[in-house]
Structures are given as C-alpha cells and as structure tokens.
Write a protein that binds this ligand. Structure first.
Ligand code: UT7
Length: 325
C-alpha cells in the first residue's frame, strides 16, 4: 500500500522581530507575565514584501531543494492559511506563480491553526490513488495584520511565518500511518477573526470593530488540552501504536502550559515534545510545519522513527496524525 511520505521540508520567517520588552511599550504587560503564562519570548512580524504568499513561497523553495524536486514537477499546491494576501485569487495560486509551478493546480484550505495537518490529510488521499504525484503543502500566516495591538489579551500571543513540505507516494511501509481529524462549529464563538463587513446591508454587523482575532483564552486553553489528548489517543489506537513508541511529538505551538499539560496527560516524556514557541509565538497554521522543518534539520528524526503531530485551532478544529519517518 502506498503512503504519503515527506521528502522535503522548509520554513521562512519574516525579518522583523518583536520582543516581550517591545510589547511593554505598547500595552500594559510584562516580560514576566508573558513568559510565565505563555512561554513566548519573541515573535517575528512581517513587513513590506513579506506577505503570506512570499513567506509561503520561500518556505516551499527550501522544501523543494531538500526534496531535489523542481517547482515545475509539482502536481498539487495546498496552502493552509487564514491570512491570505487577498480573498481571491487564493494564496496557493500566488505561490504557484512565484514558484513557476505551472504544472500544478493550487488551492487554499482554511482550518485555522489545524490547517497544515488537514492539508497533509488531503494530500494523503490524492497519493493513495496516485502515488506518483508530488504535492506541496504549506502552512503560512501573517496574523500580525489581524491583531488589535491595543488588546493585551491577544497581541502578545501571535507571530508570522511559514513552513512547507513536499509529499510523494511510497510503498516501503514509511509515511502517514493514521490520522484523526475533528471539528465542532458549535464552539466557533470562542476563537474567531471577523472578516471585513459585508457589502450587503442585510448582513451588516452593528458592533463590528475591526477584523481582529478575538479569543476566550481560558476556555480555549481547556478545550485545547482535552481535545488534543483525545485525538492523540484515537490516532494511536487506530495505528495500533503505544505512546512509548513515539520518537517525537510536534504539537501546535500556542502556549507552553498547554503543551506541558498535554504531555503529562498523555504520559509522554517532555523531552520528546518539540517546542519552539518561545522564538515564534503562535503562528497558527505555520506552527507545526515550522517546527517540523526545524526538527528535521536538527536531525531529530531518523528513518522509521514514529512522528506524532497534533493540532488545535479556531472552528474548533483539531486532530492528530502519525508518520513513520
Ligand atoms: O492557536 C489557537 C489556540 N489558542 C490557544 O490555545 C490559546 C489558549 N489560551 C491561552 O494560551 C491562555 O488562556 C492565555 C495565554 C491567552 C491567557 O492566560 P490565562 O492564564 O488563561 O490568563 P487569563 O486570560 O485568565 O487572564 C489572567 C489575568 C487577567 O487579569 P485579571 O482579570 O485576573 O485581573 C488578564 O486581564 O491576566 C491578565 N492579562 C494580562 N496581564 C498582563 C491578560 N493578558 C495579559 C498580558 N499581560 N498580556
């Protein structure tokens, strides 16, 4: 049976850096509060010429180089993002144009912070029926443009960036072993980002105050731990694998306390949990692929290692996935 294998990874951060100290000049906060409550120390912020599509294309180029594949060989481009450069065309089409990947078809996928993992699952479905395909999956965000910089509850949390991987089919036993994805739209109100008001007066929102991220942090925290834990248990069961066999867990990077809680609930050693949120903050759909690329380049994964991904985001959307590397 052919499975989706990751044969190249890449990532890209914008040049602007914002420290916790910088944030103390903007809102009533402190390095101590941000560090102890979130684990975040710095985050990267996009400037001119660093739109989501640019970060995505740069990350993709690095992944293509690692995979030894030319852009024109790509068959499908999937970009997971909630901050595309524009509503239409898709960010994926802009990435296609920048890469010169003219033989691919391209589309965006919105599953908030879970988007990259959802994208991998979609790629797997294509590769099951056509293992020869070469698929680019990117998670890319510039959330800095969608943050209310006067709101200390949210502005300290997020950062910009992109991560990418190239997938192709393989029948050696390596690749994606199992995935469990979920969503629950009933909880949409706890974590959301309004779009610009509708041009149609019928749909005008009376209290619209900007297309900013809004979050009920404490509730989201509890759901994140509970739902990621459940999805990991489900995917381990599906794959017939125990948590002890996992070499590396790469979770969505939102809050160090969420990750420590999750690790304790799962009974996985903390040193097996990859954490880089101190450097980048929460980069939404980009967080897992950036961490995956870093872990890969650091040599944290060798052939046949079992890799566990788990995600959680607005929607709510969440899930877990296992690869044999
Ligand atoms: O990517 C999607 C998933 N997102 C997440 O998983 C995020 C989940 N939530 C969280 O990470 C945490 O809930 C936060 C980091 C957002 C907040 O941490 P918390 O420990 O839940 O704090 P809180 O919201 O309960 O607020 C505690 C206090 C409040 O003051 P009072 O009401 O106790 O006087 C806040 O006003 O901390 C205050 N506060 C701040 N103080 C200094 C909130 N933000 C800040 C801040 N600096 N930046």
């Amino acid at each position: 049976m052919s499975r989706a294998v990751i044969c190249g990874t890449g990532s890209c951060l914008p040049t602007g850096k914002l420290t916790n100290q910088d944030l103390t000049d903007m809102v009533d906060t402190s390095d101590e509060w941000i560090t102890t409550r979130t684990g975040i120390k710095t985050r990267y912020i996009s400037g001119r010429g660093e739109e989501t599509s640019k970060l995505a294309a740069n990350a993709a180029l690095k992944a293509l180089t690692m995979a030894g594949i030319g852009a024109e060989e790509l068959d499908i481009i999937i970009v997971a993002t909630i901050t595309p450069d524009m509503s239409m065309p898709s960010c994926a089409c802009l990435v296609q144009q920048q890469l010169g990947a003219l033989n691919a078809f391209a589309f965006d996928l919105n599953a908030a912070c879970s988007g990259f993992v959802y994208g991998l699952d979609v790629a797997e479905k294509y590769l099951n029926s056509n293992p020869g395909l070469k698929i680019l999956v990117v998670g890319a965000e510039t959330l800095s443009g969608r943050i209310n910089w006067q709101d200390r509850n949210t502005c300290v949390l997020f950062g910009d960036g992109a991560g990418a991987c190239i997938l192709t089919g393989d029948d050696s036993g390596r690749g994606m072993l199992a995935a469990e994805l979920y969503s629950d739209g009933r909880l949409f109100d706890l974590l959301k980002m309004d779009s610009a008001p509708s041009m149609n007066p019928e749909f005008a929102v009376a209290d619209y105050d900007g297309s900013y991220i809004k979050m009920a942090g404490r509730d989201v925290f509890k759901y994140a731990v509970r739902f990621m834990e459940k999805s990991v248990a489900a995917v381990l069961k599906k794959a017939g694998i125990s948590i002890e066999e996992i070499r590396l867990l790469i979770p969505h990077q939102a809050n160090i306390r969420i990750l420590k809680n999750l690790a304790d609930h799962l009974g996985i050693a903390h040193e097996k949990v990859y954490i880089n949120l101190q450097k980048y903050g929460n980069t939404s759909a980009a967080s897992i692929p950036i961490a995956l690329d870093e872990a890969n380049r650091e040599g944290r994964l060798v052939d046949n290692d079992l890799l566990l991904l788990c995600c959680f985001g607005g929607g709510f959307t969440w899930g877990a996935m296992i690869f044999r590397w």
